[in-house]
Design a protein around this ligand. Structure first.
Ligand SMILES: Cc1cc2nc3c(=O)[nH]c(=O)nc-3n(C[C@H](O)[C@H](O)[C@H](O)COP(=O)(O)OP(=O)(O)OC[C@H]3O[C@@H](n4cnc5c(N)ncnc54)[C@H](O)[C@@H]3O)c2cc1C
Length: 541
């Protein structure tokens, strides 16, 4: 993934400093002029893609390259500081992402006195997920259509775009159809249409088929990380600057704190005791006339903004509720592989008081993405979603799919399940919340990529209008909040709003309410069920 190719000349020097600061080795090779930067970027890019397509980090492919952890001084050797940051595991990053987060708590207090370098943009986007990249693309599309030049940058804490994306994904193309209408004519990583859509109620020994409420025909089974990589390349073609490997750790405010004015990356090189080490480097400020937060579920900056500007109070929404999704990708016996098959289950191994279910998607290349989603309001303090998932794989109807295969990737991630009842106001002074950080997952469908993208696009349209107006007033994102509420995203979430809270009364009551809402009333019930207690209050002693 190219990273610095679109950098504007005034920012080049600062970028070099920033790359040094993050100890990205290839960028330290040559640091003289814009010309050498571009050749340096090429080296960095090939180096980076080799690294991040290692068996550990690859999204379903392996080029055989890994970083050397022996500290022997070879060209792919990890410096000691990076080694300490290594997360060993499939979603680990070869760059010091773990390192940056591990010192986050010291970052601002330890070093306030030193000034930070800063770069200015019209729009700063945090997070290169479906929401952030759709916003970036839409903004630059509008710039091209209307002949206006707005500078747009995206910071992504993953070592490369897509490195932190986790989802065996059944993708609904509605937002993509609007964003890039001719995507089918391009070489997109969207190639496996859903052919079979099964829904089973599991008991310990049996799988009882039910009518599938998912309506997945017309959707595609994809790797979401491959899709965001493709979106990243589209954004860069349009002139968006994407900086992977940089975590936004702090919000910047105007002097009177009334308005967000950008983000800062965190300070580096601070000891466990808070003291500055020799290698200490101050973080970098990315100032934006508008800042879009697309951090995904429970983003750290987003939570701060929600609190500071009382965005839940402003929308009258409830608390957010969450689930944990565990996912594996299996390389299976080709004779067992049925590309396009999706299977969803409810019931065993979860008890009737615990909301959740499994998914199993046959992708291409003999690969199967499967996992278990467990709502975090479970009562039993001894329940372990991981152990439940291990049991699930032993079920007589599931085991045959994967027997003899190998796990090539695994991970876990939270999803928000609050739906429309839990969406805070998405516009705040100086910016907006886009995608899952606000919470647009359609829970009964377990789909949020299309809604995340659409929210990013709507935010981009509002940002473009606000920034291209000749006015003395500060640009505002209020238009995004109103357009969201009249969009298909809102309508879709409104229609399914009662399904998740229905399961607060147990599996059978939940299924009855879901059946009623899905097949008969279609979201037209005159009431909206509320969520119960926040998840952490639900666990019993
Ligand atoms: C197990 C599981 C299965 C799912 N299945 C489906 C499915 O089948 N279909 C579907 O449509 N959806 C599915 N989803 C939901 C889907 O993955 C999300 O709705 C979608 O990814 C949300 O997009 P987003 O851009 O809002 O956030 P994300 O995809 O989470 O992207 C956020 C990005 O921001 C980066 N980031 C976060 N904080 C910072 C920071 N401070 N600084 C810099 N970068 C930052 C992250 O590294 C990440 O790359 C599933 C989710 C899970 C967990």
């Amino acid at each position: 993934m190219a990273s610095f190719n679109n950098a504007r000349p005034k920012n080049l020097q600062k970028l070099l400093q920033l790359s040094n600061h993050y100890r990205q080795p290839a960028l330290r090779l040559q640091q003289t002029s814009a010309k050498t930067l571009s050749s340096c970027c090429k080296q960095f890019n090939s180096y980076d893609s080799n690294l991040t397509q290692s068996a550990a980090d690859a999204d379903f492919s392996s080029c055989g390259y890994t970083r050397c952890r022996k500290l022997c001084g070879c060209s792919r050797c990890v410096s000691p500081i990076e080694t300490s940051a290594f997360h060993v595991g499939p979603y680990s990053s070869p760059f010091p992402v773990g390192f940056t987060s591990s010192i986050r708590s010291f970052s601002s207090s330890g070093s306030r006195e030193e000034p930070r370098e800063s770069m200015e943009y019209d729009v700063v986007i945090v997070g290169a997920g479906p929401a952030g990249l759709a916003a970036a693309i839409r903004l630059r599309q509008l710039c091209e259509e209307k002949n206006v030049d707005l500078s747009v940058c995206v910071v992504e804490k993953g070592a490369e775009v897509g490195a932190h994306i986790l989802s065996g994904n059944v993708f609904e193309t509605r937002a993509l159809d609007e964003l890039i209408p001719n995507w089918k004519e391009q070489s997109t990583p969207i190639t496996v249409p859903v052919t079979e859509d099964k829904f089973w109620f599991l008991t310990e020994k049996r799988a009882l088929p039910l009518p599938s409420p998912f309506k997945n025909h017309g959707n595609y089974i994809i790797s979401l990380s491959q899709l965001v990589r493709w979106l990243g390349s589209k954004a860069e073609e349009l002139g968006v600057e994407i900086y992977p490997g940089f975590s936004a750790s702090e919000l910047l405010y105007e002097a009177d704190e009334s308005r967000v004015s950008g983000i800062a990356t965190n300070d580096m090189g601070i000891g466990k005791d808070g003291s500055k080490k020799e290698i200490f480097q101050r973080g970098m400020e990315l100032k934006g006339r508008l800042t879009l937060l697309g951090e995904g579920c429970r983003g750290s900056l987003s939570e701060k903004v929600i609190k500071k500007f009382q965005l839940r109070e402003q929308s009258g929404s409830q608390h957010q509720t969450y689930a944990l999704g565990i996912k594996e990708v299996w390389d299976v016996d080709p004779s067992k592989h049925r590309p396009g098959l999706t299977v969803h289950t409810v019931g065993w191994p979860l008890d009737t008081r615990t909301y959740g279910g499994s998914f199993l998607y046959h992708m291409d290349n003999h690969q199967v993405a499967m996992g278990l989603v467990v709502a975090l309001d479970y009562k039993n303090p001894y329940l372990s979603p991981y152990e439940e998932y291990q049991r699930f794989k032993q079920h007589p109807s599931i085991r045959p799919f994967i027997e003899g295969g190998n796990v090539i990737q695994y991970g876990a991630r939270t999803l928000n399940e609050g739906g429309i009842q839990s969406i805070p106001k998405t516009a705040f002074p100086g910016g907006a919340l886009i995608g899952c950080t606000a919470g647009f997952i359609n829970v009964p469908k377990i789909k949020g990529s299309h809604t995340a993208m659409k929210s990013g696009m709507l935010a981009a349209e509002a940002a473009f209008d606000a920034l291209s107006k000749e006015t003395s007033q500060q640009p505002s994102m209020e238009q995004y909040w109103s357009s969201l509420k009249t969009s298909w995203v809102w309508k879709e979430l409104h229609q399914v709003r009662n399904i998740r809270p229905g399961f607060d009364h147990g599996l059978l009551a939940g299924m009855a309410i879901a059946g009623l809402e899905h097949y008969i009333t279609r979201g037209r019930l005159p009431w909206t069920l509320k969520h119960g207690k926040p998840d952490h209050e639900c666990t019993e002693e």
